[in-house]
Design a protein around this ligand. Structure first.
Ligand code: SF4
Length: 256
């Protein structure tokens, strides 16, 4: 493993640190652990910025209302979640999560939003509306435990890390009807990963709902993308990260 120095200038400050890059040929799935680390640093800057502006982060351990929202994940994250479930979840836990994902897929289909969800990508402007319809289904994330904790917390997707509420927590009961504000990070890492995957595979940059992602990945093992030298791929990932348009440093958002 080689540690590569990373410095990204963002509206909230600088991400400055080292990210481990393996000495081997890798595909975009191998970028995910480093992307999670960077996502945490980007989010930490957003939280600091929000707190300095007088906002309080109202998310508390055990509150899991937002874990009923549509969580967009990139294709590298979909494969990462599949590998995580296969390698790290005990059989009984994995079977339970798979059963919940199947039930969620059926519910999405019955509600008539499956086709719309398949079209949720970077260019579709009804992302917010389909997210609202998804939340109304009231489906807890399959990874949520009985105690309201995330069952994969250290490896949770970037979208989950980026959702930190600054309005009163009770408003989260209805993020559609209420005005829920979050400490908006300067970068959405799932979109960066979607773009690097698209670039490496010559496809369109897309995200998909978390509840459908592992099943999609299992059915599309041949779409992990080409393996290239790790420093080369990491360099291209950093190039996209550096060029990513940063949204305004504060804003309103009620979707993950
Ligand atoms: S992965 Fe974890 S944090 Fe994200 S929605 Fe599921 S339970 Fe919540």
């Amino acid at each position: 493993m080689t540690y590569v120095k990373v410095n990204i200038k963002l509206p909230h400050g600088e991400v400055d640190g080292n990210v481990g890059v393996p000495h081997e040929m890798i595909d975009t799935v191998s970028l995910v652990p480093g992307a999670l680390e960077l996502s945490d640093q980007v989010v930490a800057l957003a939280l600091k910025y929000a707190e300095e502006a007088g906002h309080e982060i109202t998310c508390k351990k055990g509150c899991s209302i937002c874990c009923r929202q549509l969580v967009p994940v990139s294709k590298p994250e979909a494969f990462f979640l599949l590998d995580l479930m296969r390698q790290r979840l005990p059989d009984d836990r994995r079977n339970m999560v798979l059963a919940r994902m199947k039930a969620a897929a059926d519910k999405i289909s019955e509600a008539g939003i499956a086709d719309r969800l398949k079209k949720v990508d970077l260019t579709i402007d009804d992302h917010q509306q389909v997210g609202n319809d998804y939340f109304k289904l009231g489906m807890p994330c399959p990874f949520l435990t009985d105690t309201g904790a995330c069952g994969i917390h250290p490896a949770r997707p970037t979208a989950c890390r980026e959702y930190n509420v600054v309005t009163p927590a009770e408003l989260c009961d209805d993020p559609v009807g209420n005005h829920v504000n979050v400490a908006l990070p300067a970068l959405k890492m799932s979109l960066i990963l979607a773009q690097v995957y698209a670039q490496e595979t010559g496809t369109k940059a897309e995200v998909m709902p978390l509840v459908l992602a592992p099943a999609w990945a299992a059915e599309n093992e041949d779409q992990r993308g080409p393996k290239v030298e790790a420093p080369e791929l990491f360099g291209r990932f950093m190039g996209i990260l550096g060029r990513a348009g940063a949204p305004p440093p504060s804003g309103h958002e009620a979707e993950k």
